[in-house]
Design a protein around this ligand. Structure first.
Ligand SMILES: [Zn+2]
Length: 278
């Protein structure tokens, strides 16, 4: 896709920005799916080290009440990286370059707090990158960061998030939260204990963003979860349920790490689902 796409939902505009790419091990992304099944699907993008090309997609939503940022990418504000692994800039810089008024952003909502989604919450000195905004996250996700588990220490930048949250305490919620009249958040779990879904309702269309519960199109099959999913069985049930809702409502769905066609719809396919780009 181009670096920026504006999606009109009716009274609410969603700007999708692609702020970089990185490489992920294909086997880890396909989790329980046999290589024999997935290999033909990614023949065009897999590299010599068995890695897929993944995008860093962030969403900026604006309506009358202000701006809301979903996801912050992998890097602190002011940073840029170009190497074999990653080619990315910070969410803050990408938004400024796109002409978006970052001072108007009132809430920053990472889908979960893994490094590639929460990295841009901070600036180069570790302070909140979006000074006028509240960070919003399920209590269960904040607790996962603080849990001290070995898996959490590998997946989250625990020292950075701990310092940030003590200086700028996040706004937390339990099961669901109406962030604005148009935007509601649901804690689903699965990929991480507090992975959340964002549902944005305009007068004409509804848009769903699931973070890494739906990062690439083949994950429209609820059973195709990644090896990074902490609670794989929760992911399967959560996806089956919200995909049914998205298919029935003809919601737009945006994928977190899809490079070329990250926007589309989920359609019911004989009790399973598949993704159709729009
Ligand atoms: Zn991710």
């Amino acid at each position: 896709m181009t670096e920026r796409r504006s999606i009109q939902l009716g009274g609410v505009t969603v700007d999708l920005l692609q702020i970089g790419t990185f490489r992920s091990d294909a086997g880890a992304i396909f989790g329980p799916v046999p290589q024999e099944t997935w290999a033909p699907m990614v023949a065009d993008e897999i590299d010599g080290r068995s890695r897929l090309l993944q995008a860093l997609n962030i969403l900026h939503i604006h309506d009358q009440s202000g701006g809301v940022l979903l996801e912050t990418g992998v890097l602190p504000a002011g940073s840029t990286v170009h190497d074999d692994e990653t080619n990315a800039r910070s969410a803050y810089d990408a938004l400024v370059t796109a002409g978006i008024d970052v001072d108007r952003i009132v809430s920053v909502v990472p889908s979960h707090l893994h490094r590639d989604h929460a990295g841009g919450l901070v600036d180069g000195s570790g302070r909140a990158a979006f000074g006028n905004a509240s960070i919003v996250a399920p209590a269960r996700e904040i607790a996962a960061v603080a849990s001290g588990s070995l898996r959490a220490q590998a997946a989250y930048d625990v020292p950075v998030l701990t310092r940030l949250f003590s200086a700028s305490p996040p706004k937390s919620f339990e099961a669901a939260f109406a962030l604005t009249p148009a935007i509601s958040l649901r804690q689903l779990g699965g990929h991480t204990p507090g992975s959340q879904a964002t549902v944005v309702r305009g007068s004409e269309r509804t848009l769903l963003f699931l973070g890494d519960l739906f990062m690439r199109p083949w994950q429209a099959n609820p059973r195709w979860v990644t090896a990074y999913d902490d609670e794989a069985w929760v992911s399967v049930d959560a996806k089956a349920s919200i995909f049914a809702e998205a298919a029935a409502g003809e919601w737009l769905v945006v994928m977190s790490h899809e490079v070329n066609n990250p926007v589309g719809r989920i359609v019911d396919d004989r009790g399973r689902f598949r993704f159709v780009s729009e």
